[in-house]
Design a binder for this molecule. Structure first.
Ligand code: TTP
Ligand code: MG
Length: 360
């Protein structure tokens, strides 16, 4: 039964700003704004909690933020640092559950229904994840714990920063009833205004409307609103996609036939695939060649090498070998592809786990 699921939503506090304050101690305990400078037409990406006291928030023009707090420090974003922190927290999620779904760099849903750590207590697991994040990144996360995504997401916002809030199943429906519709995740400004004009201000108001009416006014979303107003949200946490291979291919405008041309194209495709893999600090052991003939018949040929695959010219020998039992040279070809798999970290250690964490 879905009502027994245990879902955690993790959301980092003042994510970009917290990273700046961590990396530059002179910014700590100060109103700090990450984003465009006040003299540009830029906007605030985020700001420290010290800056929020002045009414500054994400998406506000930086010039406006400056008027609210002239002593604030403005800094440009450093996306690489944010990406690194994001990878670090995802690595921690992966230690607890395979079933986690990042929503952005700084937040994710985790389904811990089948996690046995900490006596299976989702609250204790959330606590442990917060502690691991702090230990590993010196950053603070807030967590929401509930029996579905909708409520877990709302819960993580409740005691921010450094929050941990539980909405147990028996309180779900009451919790939604008192919630203003503009606090519902997924209900934007336009929809909440429309709801207000229909006299719907809270979850309780929403629940009083029959399904047909909700569908009439909100189309497909009507059923979702009907469900969440009752504390019901059966959306699964989608598994974070594990990338086990990297492939590139080319479709020719005009079919090719000559074997040496085929090998030359495969070599170029291989170089492209290798650079993609290298970008992720990985390397591959298995090489797969895909050939689609002019009549759309498709074949693949694979070879796993004991050493890591590199682009050295000697590989053309392997291509020759792979093409031996094919009709290359005799039949026209419309598409060629090269896929690298059996991914390993550059040191040669197989490292599938790492790969999916780097693939976003
Ligand atoms: P949020 O989680 O919305 O905000 P936050 O982490 O800064 O603060 P908190 O969760 O404690 O309220 O967004 C995560 C990051 O995404 C944020 O640090 C910066 C970036 N971001 C933007 O660049 N523009 C935006 O409009 C928003 C909302 C966020
Ligand atoms: Mg956040």
């Amino acid at each position: 039964m879905n009502s027994t699921r245990k879902i955690i939503h993790i959301d980092m506090d003042a994510f970009f700003a917290a990273i700046e304050q961590r990396d530059f101690p002179q910014y700590r305990n100060k109103p700090l704004i990450v984003g465009g400078t006040p003299d540009s037409r830029g906007v605030v990406a985020t700001c420290s909690y010290e800056a929020r006291k002045y009414g500054i928030h994400s998406a506000m023009p930086s010039a406006h933020a400056y008027r609210l707090c002239p002593q604030a420090i403005f800094v440009k974003p450093r996306f690489e640092a944010y990406q690194n922190a994001s990878m670090a927290i995802r690595r921690i999620f992966a230690e607890y559950t395979e079933l986690f779904e990042p929503l952005s760099l700084d937040e994710a849903y985790l389904d811990v229904s089948h996690v046995n750590l900490h006596q299976g207590s989702a609250t204790l697991i959330a606590k442990a994840i917060k502690a691991a994040i702090k230990q590993e990144t010196q950053l603070i996360a807030s967590a929401g714990v509930s029996y579905n995504k909708f409520l877990a997401k709302i819960a993580s916002d409740i005691n921010k920063p450094d929050g941990l809030y539980l909405i147990p199943p028996e309180q779900g429906a009451d919790f939604v009833a008192q919630l203003p519709v503009e606090r519902f995740h997924g209900i934007g400004k336009a929809t909440s205004l429309k709801m207000h004009s229909l006299g719907i201000k809270t979850g309780k108001d929403l629940k009083e409307l029959p399904l047909e009416m909700l569908q009439h006014h909100f189309g497909k979303a009507g059923l979702h609103y009907y469900s969440i107003s009752r504390g019901i949200d059966n959306r699964p946490v989608n598994n974070y996609r594990i990338r086990k291979s990297v492939g590139v291919e080319i479709t020719f405008q005009q079919d090719i036939k000559v074997k040496q041309d085929v090998i030359a194209h495969l070599q170029t495709l291989l170089e492209k695939a290798l650079s993609k893999v290298a970008e992720k600090q990985l390397a591959a052991h298995t090489l797969t060649v895909k050939i689609k003939y002019h009549n759309f018949v498709q074949i693949t040929r694979s070879r796993t090498l004991p050493h890591l695959i590199t682009a050295e010219p000697a590989l053309s020998v392997i291509f020759e070998d792979l093409l031996k039992d094919t009709e290359v040279g005799r039949r026209n070809i419309r598409l060629l592809g090269v896929t690298l798999s059996s991914l390993a970290s550059k040191s040669g250690q197989t490292h599938f786990r790492q790969m999916d964490l780097f693939s976003d």
